[in-house]
Design a protein around this ligand. Structure first.
Ligand code: PLP
Length: 380
């Protein structure tokens, strides 16, 4: 099988598996226990926190470990949103191309907690204009949330510029960095962010673990209360093996990213050139250059993505039509429609996301097979 769906998830790196191994049956203590076994788990947890903090250029105490990227986004929006509401701030600013972890949480705050949500426009490439963010700020704005890189079209947003604007106005700024984690700088000072969400399974770590960076001084109400773990910001016994794995995974991804990004961009360009030369009536979605290195997203006229994905699967290629959760659902993507594609065009979306184990030979195989598949589906 050729795996071209790295934006959906990635294989766990064997070095990550090794790092996690001691924490299942051997060093299985609860990090809150005071005896040796517990202390060993607590030491591993704090070591992981320190390693992650070094990658993010923040203090270890600013890292909150969570159960996934979705939870991190929820904690950012609800936690900061509700803390803001307590001080009379009930306005959120976000974009129409966010993951549903952000959009549905914002909608929930609007429906049940009287928030007003400003959804900013994006351009045809999916870029958010920083000046438009500035213009949307109000005295009662509680939080700005703009994703770092889009999962469906790969566009990378000008986070540092937006962060500078948010800072000027003293408004907390959250970025969903789930898709960026394996490829882009996560330095929270350079990015000028107050909150940043990550999910380990997008960068060769395990599924079901994530983190939220919370800048010191940011008012955040916990959404999950209990034993006071994670400095009272996220109760629940910490998932030590997964957290250790996530720390190793983010270190490995960040250490190798410059070289790997160059390799992935070259593979993506080869794939794009091959497909554009051989398939008529296709368009790139997302930004041509400000995009994730291995991310190629296309809109293919006259085909339905579902048929395309099934035919690709039969040819041994795993791909998707957009976000993993949207695949198989008959509604057009909210991201593509926000970029100005018609619902009909959006139904022909194909996302090919390359990653660490992909090769030129695999790219060439897809260049060879996809044109025939598209021609066959168009003839039907
Ligand atoms: N945010 C973005 C941009 C994503 O692409 C995803 C997953 O696809 C998530 C959030 C949710 O992350 P998780 O799968 O860890 O809940």
């Amino acid at each position: 099988m050729i795996y071209f769906d790295h934006s959906a998830t990635t294989a766990v790196d064997p070095r990550v598996v090794d790092a996690m191994a001691p924490f299942w049956a051997e060093a299985y203590g609860n990090p809150s226990s005071i005896y040796g076994l517990g202390r060993r788990a607590a030491a591993a947890l704090e070591d992981a926190r320190t390693r992650v903090a070094a990658v993010l250029n923040c203090r270890p105490a600013e890292i909150v470990f969570t159960g996934c990227g979705t939870e991190s986004d929820n904690l950012a929006l609800r936690g900061v949103g509700l803390a803001g509401a307590a001080r009379g701030r009930r306005h959120l600013i976000t974009t129409p191309i966010e993951h549903h972890a952000v959009l549905h949480t914002a909608a929930d705050l609007a429906e049940h907690f009287d928030f007003e949500v400003t959804i900013l426009p994006v351009d045809r490439a999916g870029l958010v204009e920083p000046a438009v963010v500035a213009a949307a700020i109000r005295p009662d704005t509680a939080l700005i949330s703009v994703m770092y890189a889009n999962n469906e079209v790969g566009t990378v947003e000008p986070i540092a510029e937006i962060g500078a604007i948010a800072r000027q106005h003293g408004i907390p700024f959250h970025t969903d960095a789930v898709q960026a984690g394996g490829y882009l700088s996560l330095d929270v000072e350079v990015l000028s962010v107050d909150l940043l969400a990550l999910s380990a399974h997008k960068f060769h770590g395990p599924k079901g673990v994530g983190l939220l960076y919370v800048r010191q001084g940011t008012k955040l109400w916990p959404t999950q209360t209990g034993g006071g773990h994670e400095r009272g910001r996220r109760a629940g016994t910490e998932n030590v093996p997964y957290i250790v794995g996530m720390a190793r995974a983010v270190e490995l991804a960040q250490a190798g990213r410059v070289r790997e990004n160059a390799r992935l961009s070259a593979l993506r360009e080869r794939l794009a050139a091959g497909l554009f030369a051989r398939i008529p009536d296709i368009a790139l979605s997302g930004h041509p250059t400000h995009r994730l290195p291995g991310h190629l997203s296309l809109v293919i006229q006259g085909v339905e993505a579902e048929g395309l994905l099934i035919a690709l699967d039969l040819a041994g290629v795993a791909a998707s039509s957009g976000s993993a959760c949207a695949s198989g659902s008959p509604t057009p993507s909210h991201v593509l429609t926000a970029l100005g594609f018609s619902p009909q065009e959006a139904m022909g979306a194909l996302r090919l996301t390359l990653g660490r184990e992909n090769t030129e030979a695999e790219v060439d195989y897809v260049i060879e097979r996809l044109p025939g598949i598209v021609a066959r589906l168009r003839a039907l």
